[in-house]
Write a protein of this length. Structure first.
Length: 206
């Protein structure tokens, strides 16, 4: 049946040009990398489900490009494989590599209030990753525990940021930084009324 004229208009923000295409390309790369890493390790979908905490059905949907994984699910899969997050997203590179700002795939939380943009080419280093994080006012993003031994360094560029690690809150302002163990659940929160922007350095164990 056609919609009645009394229906409320959608309040959802329009998708910026290129976002849908970028998301589709990212889903294809994740599907390909998931399959490649799984087969190289001799893991079945059930094995990966146990290692990552992501259901077999969801992994199958992702590997066959029938669904786009959320940011949280992608982190769980990377932890399940024991690889840096960027390796799941990108392709192996050799020699010099450049990441143009226009080519960086911005990852967004389901509610669109948290964004993560890689600042280095995928595969640049197996030990270090660098991201720009943006949180809308009053936004909150919970992160699963990363692989054992992983640490994060967060530097606040603008706005205010609250980091919760194991339930303990740490309040930061522009110019402040924090180093913490990221192999336990942690939460990024913007308690302010303006956007918070920061750099996030992820250090993986050798």
């Amino acid at each position: 049946m056609p919609k009645r004229s009394t229906d409320k208009p959608s309040t959802r923000a329009p998708v910026p040009p290129g976002d849908e295409l970028g998301a589709a390309d990212l889903a294809r790369r994740i599907a390909s990398n998931l399959r490649t890493y799984r087969q190289a390790r001799g893991m079945s979908l059930d094995d990966l489900a146990r290692a990552s905490g992501v259901s077999r059905a969801a992994l199958s949907q992702i590997e066959t490009c029938k669904t786009n994984p959320t940011l949280g699910v992608m982190w769980k899969i990377a932890v399940g494989f024991g690889i840096p997050f960027s390796e799941l997203l990108g392709e192996d590179r050799t020699g010099a590599s450049i990441l143009r700002r226009a080519d960086a795939q911005v990852l967004r939380s389901t509610d669109g209030k948290f964004e993560s943009r890689p600042l280095t080419p995928a595969g640049s280093s197996p030990q270090v990753e660098l991201y720009e994080l943006r949180l809308m006012p009053r936004a909150q993003h919970a992160s699963e525990a990363h692989a054992a031994g992983t640490r994060e360094i967060v530097i606040v560029l603008s706005g205010s940021l609250r980091i919760r690690v194991d339930g303990v809150a740490h309040d930061l302002g522009a110019g402040d930084s924090i180093s913490f163990a990221a192999d336990r659940p942690h939460v990024y929160e913007n308690p302010g009324s303006s956007e918070a922007r920061c750099h996030d350095v992820i250090l993986y164990p050798r």
